[in-house]
Ligand binder design. Sequence first.
Ligand code: HEC
Length: 292
Amino acid sequence: MLDHLNKYLKKIIISILISVIPFSVYSEEKNIDFIKNNWSFDGIFGTFDRASLQRGYQVYKEVCAGCHSMQHLSYRNLSEKGGPEFSVEEAKVIASQFEVEDGPDSEGEMFMRPARLSDNFAKPYPNVEASTAANGGAYPPDMSVLAKARAGGADYIYSLLMGYKEAPASYELDDGVYYNEYMQGNKIKMSEPVSEGIVEYSDGTNPTKDQIAKDITTFLVWASEPHLETQHRMGFKTIIFLIILITLVYMSKQKVWSRFGPKTKEEEEDETFDKVEKVVTEYEGEDPKTFK
Ligand code: HEC
């Protein structure tokens, strides 16, 4: 029985590996050009680094929010489990630093008021046209789901932020256009947003360019997948559950079918023993007189 079980477990493990390996090979092929990082949120046990998420929010607020909106995020999300996990009080203070439009009031006028937890992130521009006009004809995309919408995800965003280089001599760049190794066509209409010391971290972390790029990337990945940690936990529990279920099903199948299968050595021995015992009982049951 134990032997069978071992064989079966091996089969389960091999089939899980077979189903997982092609995925990782595939995704590696797709991102091959991007800079690779070991993100804490990768893999089925992946979780976000809270401190990095909080710093990432700081980078978004102080640098990116000047041009990029994040309209699917609300200030409440900042205090939710699985995210940066600011306390509710902290999130309230963060929200109150922004103004959002509300109304109409009793005179029919729209008015501005400080944001609340339930409000979505304040936008830098009222609409796409305004933001495109202000950025030399290029639209700074909304960042709520950017990490998910782009092939390469985290590695793409990190690479793009680190990928500003001096343009090769053959390149002609118009005003407001920059050379970037990882942008399609190598031309981007966003000036290099991240550089050493562009933010001063309140937790004392050294704000190197690499650190800032990692923190904002982590923040953007969380924003596009706020339930990633719960999903990872569920996925792991499901796999454990399936392994237990398959093992139980296999064991009961063995038990039911063992009656019909070929006899084992033990069963044969048992049978011979039964026969002998029967003969002996019959023999012992004989009338002792006749026996004599
Ligand atoms: C001064 C305005 C401005 C700031 C500040 C800014 N961006 Fe941008 N960003 C743009 C514009 C404009 C584009 C579109 C560029 C293009 O299409 O050529 C863009 C594009 C991008 C893209 C590429 C999106 C895509 O379509 O693949 C990423 C990623 C990005 N920005 C990240 C950031 C991050 C992260 C920050 C903050 C650290 C930031 N940006 C700050 C204006 C800005």
